[in-house]
Design a protein around this ligand. Structure first.
Ligand code: TYM
Length: 331
């Protein structure tokens, strides 16, 4: 049986980068006939990761349920996948502490996400340690595959290194997980600056399309998305900004980037932008419809999270006990 684990931070508004890079992949995995019979899927709301940068406590609490509802609205079925909140299972933080003691300081200093984020926020120890907590999330469940966007590759490499190091020091304990990153559209860029990743923390509202944006907002943001000085799509002069929009298009039509480019060749930028906005509106309207049905059902959402936590804890506690025994902890 294969185990799949992934998570999203409830640290802001989920956007189409999160949807294309992560959520959509999860739903496809969950619904693929061959996988479902042989997989155990865990989709976590990683709130302990979210507090590595400042959060308003009341907003954070609300976001945890919002992200849960968005998982479900996007197609995660709690009957097929286990959804839970990271801080509700203390095994994650406890294993992270143990893994800290075998993590080389220098390796964390090389993490590009830490370098980026520590320029934007006052760096705290939690932000530095973020990848070790992520390794703990993954290793606790004997995870085989981790479906994520391209930006998380380095963290999964660290996870593999830590697993190998622990295994060679204390004996075979952890499986080595593989990143599962899509070939196309694995890194969606800002609509205003194609050199930076589309991010929940972007201060420019025009840079991201959020899953809960209204139709007018979506159309406006696509209209104002930067392109280049050209006027028609041509493979000879593809700018990064245009490639990013074509990547988004390819994800929403479920085609390859190359195939989409061929299909769009010769269209005017404005014609293309209308097509793209129509597509995004169509998908997000469906997600928002389901979101509206479930978001107010707080007790149902909490029951789903409670059931997910119980299932997760049952599995992780065995792994943590094994780790503690091997390390020589406790009485
Ligand atoms: P987060 O919340 O920053 O991102 C959640 C997921 O969305 C993907 N993603 C993107 N994909 C494509 N283009 C983008 N612009 C874009 N922005 C974000 C991320 O790659 C990620 O898959 N560290 C993780 C959370 C985490 C986790 C884990 C993931 C904590 N523990 C264990 C997997 C397994 C993160 O980046 O969250």
């Amino acid at each position: 049986m294969k185990t799949i684990f992934s998570g999203i931070q409830p640290s802001g508004n989920l956007h189409i980068g999160n949807y294309i890079g992560a959520l959509r992949q999860w739903v496809n995995l969950q619904n693929s006939e061959s996988k479902i019979q042989n997989s155990e899927l865990f989709f976590c709301i990683v709130d302990l990761h979210a507090i590595t940068v400042p959060q308003d406590p009341r907003v954070l609490k609300g976001k945890i349920l919002e992200v849960t509802a968005l998982y479900i609205a996007s197609g995660i079925d709690p009957k097929k996948s286990h959804i839970f909140v990271q801080s509700e299972n203390p095994d994650h933080a406890e294993l992270a502490w143990i893994l800290n003691t075998i993590t080389p300081f220098g390796q964390l200093e090389r993490m590009t996400q830490f370098k980026d984020k520590s320029q934007k926020h006052e760096a705290n120890v939690g932000l530095f340690d973020y990848p070790v907590l992520m390794a703990s999330d993954i290793l606790l469940y004997d995870t085989d595959e981790v479906p994520v966007g391209e930006d998380q590759k380095q963290h999964i490499e660290l996870t593999r290194d830590l697993a190998e190091k622990f295994n060679s020091k204390f004996g075979q304990t952890f499986k080595l997980p593989m990143p599962m990153i899509q070939k196309d559209a694995a890194r969606i860029m800002s609509l205003q600056n194609p050199a930076s990743k589309m991010s929940k923390s972007d201060k420019d509202p025009l840079a991201t399309i959020n899953l809960l944006d209204s139709e007018e907002e979506i159309r406006e943001k696509i209209k104002k998305a930067v392109t280049d000085s050209g006027s028609h799509i041509s493979k000879d002069q593809g700018s990064e900004a245009l490639s990013n929009l074509i990547s988004i298009y390819s994800a929403f039509v479920n085609k390859s980037f190359e195939g989409s480019y061929d299909e769009l060749e010769g269209k005017s930028y404005s014609e293309f932008k209308t097509l793209l906005a129509d597509l995004i509106v169509e998908t997000l309207t469906q997600i928002q419809k389901r979101y509206k049905e479930i978001a107010g059902e707080k007790s149902i959402l909490k029951d789903i999270l409670e059931e997910g936590r119980e299932f997760a804890k049952d599995k992780s506690s065995k792994k943590l006990l094994e780790v503690k025994e091997k390390v020589g902890l406790g009485m």
